[in-house]
Design a protein around this ligand. Sequence first.
Ligand code: FAD
Length: 288
Amino acid sequence: MKTCTLFEKRPVLSFEVFPPKSTTPVESIYRTIDELKDLKPDFISVTYGAGGSSNNATIDICEAIKTKYGIEAAAHLPCINLTRQRASEELERLKAAGIENVLALRGDINPDVEPKHEFEHASELVEFIKENSDLNVLGACYPETHPESENMIDEIKHLKMKVDAGCSQLITQLFFDNEDFYQFYEKTRIAGIDVPIEAGIMPVTNTKQIKRMVAITHAKLPKKFVRIMEKYENDPVALRDAGIAYAVSQIVDLIANDVDGIHLYTMNNPYIADKICSAVGTLFSAGE
Ligand code: FAD
């Protein structure tokens, strides 16, 4: 199933998982999905390292999500280190695995890896996928602007190009202040971007993780969020619970404001996903 059709029933709930590191047995991801499946997400997306090496795990995991667990899957595909030949091969692999959805990404620039320069922006990959396959294409977007963007006007202009190239749904970068999302959403509609946008929610559960995420995404931390983190920084259980409660409060507010969908960055942690879904699960079907 093409995940863009899921938005006829709103709001959509999706999860993101990542393939285990090479030092961890690959089976560990299936134990994670075993637990996540009971939370009944509409689809699960699987990340893909931008390093450009032949990464079999993403597509294999997507295939298992679809065939073994009966849940729709979306494979991430960053293009910065792909040649067009490699991109064609990945499309062939997706087709052979029966995957119908791909999240087309540029990928983060690694100063130690010279990009292939065959795709400069995600919109070029979107165009390539639409020309060479029947896949449903998802894209990423940034309510606080992408760290490389000079301003929101450029950000929205480039996002419109990505959607016009064939993206049928978008997922946001994580954010902690819903007002940033609402303002961004409104700007997309003014710009004529009319595809569904899922809000990316990351439950923050330890201080190390927050620092890493903020360094990568440049996400703004609202005062009330910082106060919670400071109060509980030396109490891991209380910090975890406060992080879950914060994510729940974001989701309740987003659903009350008719968000198209929630994309939960699960960090491969079913306990946290379970706590969040137990708190807000009924809201996804309320009012249907
Ligand atoms: P783009 O859409 O190409 O945008 C990147 C920057 O270029 C932006 O500043 C944009 O405004 C600008 N830009 C776009 N088009 C043009 C143009 N024509 N001219 C000039 N400037 C332009 N990374 C991974 O490596 N693997 C993953 O699995 C992964 N999953 C992700 C999932 C989500 C939901 C999100 C939000 C991000 C994910 N990322 C992943 C990170 C992503 O690869 C980085 O944020 C990357 O820096 C940008 O990717 P993009 O697809 O948004 O790029």
